[in-house]
Design a protein around this ligand. Structure first.
Ligand SMILES: Cc1cc2nc3c(=O)[nH]c(=O)nc-3n(C[C@H](O)[C@H](O)[C@H](O)COP(=O)(O)OP(=O)(O)OC[C@H]3O[C@@H](n4cnc5c(N)ncnc54)[C@H](O)[C@@H]3O)c2cc1C
Length: 376
């Protein structure tokens, strides 16, 4: 299979050549962090990515704007496998792997895995990131470290936490080969409807190796459930208004599994049966929705982007999309001036209002869902 990302499509600008040894640190090596590193390196920066984990988590599916992704990263991403579901949909793992492969080929990017940022200090000369594996220094730091961002504590110490939105998403993947007769045309398109006491979103994505042919694809189910507050709080997944952890099927009691299994009986075909298998096998996860409404995106020479800057419910369909817009804005501001502090301020001026609008939409939806029948 061809690799999803090939060749740079963006030429390095003349301003980039003026600063061949300038270094940036990106904290977080997931989708937004990898895109930020690729875009910065295409613009002439040396980039160190600090990623705490050594194994990417198992993601599910997502909408993708391939043209925007290619423009932002400077790579031709047209080989990324997508299925048209009302929007082009791909697998999270396929996208992450394509970005990681591109990073691997890029000599100006140094990806350090197993390195956890503990604190960020905007010092006299450099910005310093203290980690479990020593200090890292750079001219500026980008926090792409997700909804529980550490970098955000420096940028926004007065409001460092994303807030629990009152909803948990039960989500899983189903192999088409487990569905008798496979997916119909109707199953493939994105659908969002009431299912029992929950709201259910479903659509189809390529197979784990990018397969697009019938019989080899995967179905995504995401159910929005507002009735699990007691469970989430009792077992420490949510503490006060702060989301602490993802729920893994393996961590639930037999009664809770039975309860979720019972719910899936009220789901439409083929999703109910498929989800029932995932629940029985405990092959699903629960993500308490975390929402973060930023008042700022930058402090000095430190910026946040992606979910670190604007955690939202997937109902917006725009978390990663806005992360890409953040990266585009940041790199374009840095291309315009050698003054990093000024460039980061421009980035904030450009992105703060749109991302606040995104999070406000997300919160409004979560609040109205939590107040609706059968939640309210
Ligand atoms: C069910 C679901 C469906 C979605 N569908 C869509 C969609 O269709 N379209 C869309 O645009 N968006 C969608 N999203 C949102 C999208 O998935 C996220 O916005 C995106 O993945 C966030 O990427 P990120 O890199 O900003 O954050 P994350 O993926 O959270 O990555 C943060 C990274 O930082 C690392 N990290 C954290 N702390 C530290 C530290 N202290 N030191 C070092 N590393 C650290 C983490 O290990 C992680 O790798 C969906 C989300 C969900 C849950």
């Amino acid at each position: 299979m061809p690799t999803a990302a090939s060749g740079p499509t963006r030429s390095i600008t003349s301003t980039s050549w003026d600063r061949p040894r300038r270094r940036a640190i990106v904290v977080g090596g997931s989708l937004a962090g990898l895109c930020a590193a690729l875009a910065l390196s295409a613009s002439g920066w040396e980039v160190t990515i600090l990623e705490q984990s050594t194994q990417p988590p198992a993601g599910m599916g997502m909408s993708i704007d391939v043209a925007l992704l290619s423009a932002v990263t400077g790579l031709d991403m047209r080989a990324l496998p997508v299925i048209e579901t009302g929007f082009p949909a791909t697998g999270w793992g396929l996208l992450r792997q394509a970005l990681a492969d591109a990073v691997e080929r890029q000599p100006r990017i140094d990806l350090r895995e197993g390195v956890r940022a503990l604190a960020v200090v905007d010092g006299q000369t450099d910005v310093v990131v203290e980690t479990n594996a020593g200090m890292h220094r750079a001219e500026f730091v980008v926090g792409a470290d997700g909804y529980a961002s550490t970098v955000r504590r420096l940028v926004s110490p007065e409001e460092p936490h994303a807030e629990y939105g009152g909803v948990v998403l039960w989500r899983g993947l189903v192999d088409e080969s487990d569905i008798p007769g496979g997916f119909t045309t109707r199953d493939i398109g994105f659908a969002f409807r009431p299912a029992g006491t929950q709201m259910l979103a479903t659509y189809v994505i390529p197979g784990a190796r990018g397969e697009l042919d019938p019989g080899h694809r995967r179905g995504v189910f995401i159910s929005f459930d507002c009735s699990r507050d007691a469970l989430l709080r009792r077992d420490g997944y949510v503490n006060g208004t702060v989301v602490k952890a993802t729920v893994h099927g393996s961590g639930l009691s037999r009664t809770e599994i039975e309860d979720l299994h019972h719910e899936t009986r009220q789901w439409p075909a083929p999703w109910g049966r498929a989800a029932a298998i995932a629940v029985r096998e405990r092959a699903f996860i629960g993500t308490p929705i975390a929402e973060f409404l930023p008042s700022r995106l930058v402090r000095g020479r430190v910026a946040i982007l992606g979910d670190a800057a604007h955690s939202v419910s997937p109902i917006t369909g725009g978390g990663f999309h806005n992360g890409l817009l953040d990266v585009a804005s940041l790199v374009s501001a840095l291309d315009e001036t050698p003054d990093v502090t000024r460039a980061l301020r421009r980035y904030e001026e450009h992105r703060l209002a749109p991302v606040r609008a995104l999070v406000t939409r997300s919160r409004a939806w979560s609040r109205s869902f939590v107040r609706s029948d059968p939640c309210g």
